[in-house]
Ligand binder design. Structure first.
Ligand SMILES: Cc1cc2nc3c(=O)[nH]c(=O)nc-3n(C[C@H](O)[C@H](O)[C@H](O)COP(=O)(O)OP(=O)(O)OC[C@H]3O[C@@H](n4cnc5c(N)ncnc54)[C@H](O)[C@@H]3O)c2cc1C
Length: 450
């Protein structure tokens, strides 16, 4: 007789493996189908402090501490580095959670996936889901798979979770994907570098974001990883990238134009070049589109869509992994209730909470690109803030950069609004911490390793 799983999960990234661990622990029979063989490389290496508690709950905190770089904060800079500001999580978060992580994704994703195996999930790699039949209410889901060895297999599950990342398996199948209309399409180009000359900010573990203004509407990230590895990425407005493509592909060829564009734009920043100096790339540039989208219908009688497959927002604030994992935790609790008693209330609440958080992040992203907003690199601590009381927009912005998206969306939206126009900036100068005079900057101190 054919076996029926309680839950089948498409994708073994951070979202899929988190779903698998929580649902296996709740006593369900879980199958994860992953098309790749891990370890595999993936974009998205800098994590928010709000992930910390989930790592602890999953039981991977020791593995995280042993294997990955610690991240005390975020540093924003303008293109030449003449203005920069350090956002230190320990100003608003007490305790070990203030020290986050950067991780090479091949190792991080494998750690989480192996952890879900330990929790009891059956994980089958090199298995690509090609078709799904959901049936009518009361039916199980039928999942059709092609193995890398060429075998065609069918699995049956009481509930199906789509955590297929930007492949967006179910939204494509249901044809219900929509763009976040206020966000532009961007192209991201990235690589890892060796022999970079890390400055104090990067040596100390901060991610550095360099803002590129004008028509390029973009930014450069620098993420210090272990073993002499600096991840350097470039995100650019797609219209600008396409114009450059026409010019650069004549000189460099149809395939090499992306690498040429990447190096051209890094070269425009004296700050970035002072760090890359004689550094070399580990591999040729990798390209990722970061089209922002959401699925209009995210769950139904026997399925739910979670993580990047459900929605993706411009990655400027490093929110993706946290959003995927926190949604996985909430949805896993909800699916447990559905499987035990047909109770959909927790899943409904999980998606309503997630929508509130996405609105806050969307607003923050729009503000970052808005030419009339105050640049984050120009905001800094003038020493007069009481972070403990969280009363100022400045401390709220620290909390947002740490991942506090869900607690008080309305209040946080108001705080973001204070950055949006000169009138608001003037009105709320004391609230935002905006300074006209240039102050000496201090890097985030690395709290004692915890
Ligand atoms: C340019 C850029 C920079 C980013 N930087 C950051 C950052 O610094 N910090 C951060 O937190 N986030 C960042 N992100 C976002 C981050 O990469 C994602 O949010 C995160 O990986 C989402 O996890 P996931 O598990 O939902 O999807 P994924 O990690 O993409 O995992 C999905 C898995 O599903 C598998 N799969 C897909 N289709 C199928 C199928 N049909 N059958 C079987 N398996 C399948 C894939 O092989 C993959 O392993 C960035 C994104 C971009 C584009």
């Amino acid at each position: 007789m054919k076996e029926v799983y309680d839950v089948i999960i498409i994708g073994g990234g951070p979202t899929g493996s988190t779903l698998a661990t929580f649902l296996s622990r709740a006593g369900h029979r879980v199958l994860v189908l992953e098309k790749e063989k891990f370890p595999r490389e993936h974009i998205g290496e800098s994590m928010l402090p709000f992930c910390y508690d989930i790592f602890e709950e999953l039981g991977v905190l020791d593995g995280m501490k042993a294997n990955f770089t610690r991240k005390p904060g975020v540093t924003f800079a303008n293109i030449d580095g003449s203005r920069s500001s350090h956002w230190c999580f320990s100003r608003v978060i007490n305790g070990p959670q203030s020290l986050s992580f950067h991780a090479r994704r091949s190792e991080f994703d494998e750690l989480l996936l192996n952890n879900s195996r330990k929790a009891g999930a059956e994980v089958r790699e090199e298995m690509q889901v090609t078709k799904v039949e959901l049936g009518q209410p009361g039916d199980n889901a039928m999942v059709y798979v092609q193995s890398r060895q060429g075998e065609a297999l069918t699995f049956e599950g009481r509930f199906l979770l789509d955590a297929s990342g930007q492949d967006c398996f179910m939204p494509r199948m249901l044809r219900n994907q929509k763009p976040f209309s206020r966000l532009n399409i961007r192209l991201a180009l990235s690589s890892h570098w060796k022999n970079a000359r890390l400055d104090e900010t990067l040596s100390n573990g901060n991610i550095r974001i360099v803002h590129i203004g004008g028509e390029k509407l973009g930014w450069i990230w620098m993420i210090p990883l272990k073993d002499d590895r600096l991840s350097v990425g470039l995100a650019l407005n797609m219209n600008y990238a396409q114009e450059q493509r026409k010019i650069l592909s004549k000189e460099h060829g149809a395939r090499e134009w992306q690498q040429a564009l990447y190096l051209q734009e890094l070269n425009t920043s004296p700050l970035v070049m002072s760090i890359l100096g004689e550094a070399e790339m580990y591999w040729d540039v990798v390209s990722n589109g970061d089209y922002s989208y959401y699925a209009e219908q995210k769950y139904g009688h026997n399925f739910a869509i979670v993580g990047d497959s459900a929605a993706f927002l411009d990655p400027i604030f490093s929110s993706g992994i946290y959003l995927g994992m926190v949604a996985a935790k909430m949805v896993a609790e909800g699916v447990d209730k559905i499987l035990r008693g047909n109770d959909y209330s927790a899943v409904e609440k999980a998606y309503a909470d997630m929508d509130g958080g996405y609105k806050v992040i969307e607003e923050l992203i729009c503000t970052f690109y808005e030419p009339n907003s105050i640049a984050l690199s120009d905001l800094q601590d003038n020493g007069n803030f009481s972070y403990d009381k969280f009363e100022s927009a400045y401390s709220i912005l620290h909390l947002l950069l740490a991942g506090d998206f869900f607690k008080e969306p309305e209040r946080y939206l108001r705080a973001i609004n204070t950055l949006r126009s000169q009138e608001m900036i003037d009105k709320y100068k004391s609230l935002t911490g905006h300074l006209d005079a240039k102050m000496e900057q201090k890097v985030c101190l690395m709290p004692e390793m915890q």
